[in-house]
Design a protein around this ligand. Structure first.
Ligand code: HEC
Length: 147
């Protein structure tokens, strides 16, 4: 009997802990910036366009219809948003810095990748904010552009 009582108490305690931790997890997610929160500046995106056109546009368009080669991935449109929704911008930056352009024709540093990603966000219809995208802001989560 005594054993039963204490295990019931234990279960209750675990249950309560669960409720508290899941509530705080929801709070943390709600406080997280997304790509709809103006995480880049227009000036930053505009300034990256020439570099994108030179280094990236040969293989990347912003819609499936505009792709030049079938093996290329669009950096916009449904497949891109579906794949990246809920993931942080940091992950995209890592792909750009470590693997792009994937023909070895150039090397992209962190600052350039941030600017290029700002341009990608702009082309996807995410609104610009007052400040440029920085490494600190790249924890923001990819969302779907607010209509
Ligand atoms: C020679 C063609 C080529 C060039 C140039 C190129 N890319 Fe890519 N990129 C690809 C291919 C192919 C993939 C998908 C497979 C892979 O990673 O190789 C890709 C994947 C990506 C992805 C991930 C997309 C996804 O949905 O997973 C990003 C982001 C990206 N490229 C950005 C860039 C940027 C920014 C530049 C310019 C600095 C660039 N790429 C230049 C061919 C290219």
């Amino acid at each position: 009997m005594a054993f039963r009582k204490s295990s019931a108490l234990m279960l209750g305690a675990v249950g309560l802990w669960f409720v508290f931790t899941s509530v705080s997890a929801v709070k943390a997610t709600a406080g997280q910036a997304t790509t709809n929160d103006g995480v880049y500046s227009k000036a930053q995106a505009d300034a990256a366009k020439p570099q994108f056109d030179t280094l990236c546009a040969g293989c990347h368009a912003f819609s499936v219809a505009a792709l030049k080669q079938p093996q290329d991935l669009p950096l916009g449109d449904e497949p891109f948003l579906k794949k990246w929704e809920g993931r942080s911008l940091d992950e995209l930056l890592t792909v750009i810095v470590l693997t792009m352009p994937n023909d070895g024709s150039a090397v992209i540093n962190d600052a350039e990748a941030l600017n290029l990603l700002a341009y990608v966000l702009q082309q996807n219809g995410f609104r610009a904010g007052a400040a440029p995208l920085t490494k600190a802001g790249a924890g923001a989560i990819m969302a779907r552009p607010a209509k």
